[in-house]
Design a protein around this ligand. Sequence first.
Ligand code: ADP
Ligand code: NA
Length: 357
Amino acid sequence: NPPKRIFSGIQPTGIPHLGNYLGALRQWVKLQNEAKASTTLLFSIVDLHAITVRQDASTLFQMRKQMLASLLAVGLDPSKSILFCQSAVLQHAELMWMLSCNASVGYLSRMTQWKSKLNLRPNASPFDAPPSSNSREALKLGLFSYPVLQAADILLYNTTHVPVGEDQSQHVEFTRELATGFNHAFGDLLVPPQTILSPAKRVMSLKQPHKKMSKSAVNEGSRILISDTQEVVEEKIKVAVTDSVQGDITYEPKMRPGVANLINIAFYMDESGMQQRGLASPEQLAQTMQHLAFQDWKPAIADIIGKSLAPIRERYMDIMERDRQEQYLGKVQKDGASRAKAIAEPNLRRIKNAMGM
Ligand code: ADP
Ligand code: NA
């Protein structure tokens, strides 16, 4: 078996919320810490993807920095993982062009993600978008071809494994098809990657527990950030939407989604603590809280979450301080980009060669 190459990306959306953490970042840290010495791990802040929708320049600068600091704060270690900004490695954009010349518009138009961004009907084609502000005129080419850039991100490093959530598995499948088609035409150059599906831990909004926690929700009280203080966590949990069911706390995700969500978050944020207490599931945590009065139950949840966030928040603050004193994040990013480039450059050279360039 060839050595493993693991690649994944996250958009520069500023400080991650607990959905990003439990749904993606914590899985990356685990992969890093359990990796063999022969495994290469690359984690990219994908700013080229971010600009498929209009960004304010100074905000984007700031959010890239916050995301890099967050990756370090949650436990990614630049001596074990290659951490870098996508736009600093020019080969991503160049390989995207090579792949674009081999990517089927028909296949791309069947992808669900951009359709949902445009609020198109699930089975609509890009050529019959409704006559609204989301019409064909407003449809940007970059948003449509986003999966080709994602394929370039992955294939540039001969990635063998891509940890992603369920929502992204369609894009990895597209990447596999693109690689196979390319290899058929130009020789065995690209590695069709495998998906490592993140354990499905959907963290729901604190305000609308039937929707997932998201950075795009207007109400900031709907999400907890990894840098939130104990007080902020307490406040957000206190006003989180649950239900008006009288009596005991019960774990019933369908009937009581708000309650179940808070229990899930507490359980998964402190999994090792739960294990030590002999608790194997969110349901069992709920049973230990069953007797608590409603006004005591939420503070108990907030306490677990706040305590488990404390070391992450402290590291985040330390990193930002270190950055103010010695431009630390700039150094991390520059070093990561040059290590990524060392893999990307010879790979791209071979690919161009095979295509006659
Ligand atoms: P957002 O939904 O806030 O826009 P992104 O779409 O940028 O977040 O997602 C970044 C990563 O975090 C993805 O891997 C995604 O699957 C994961 N993620 C985002 N929100 C959640 C959530 N509420 N629960 C679980 N995972 C999530
Ligand atoms: Na999203």
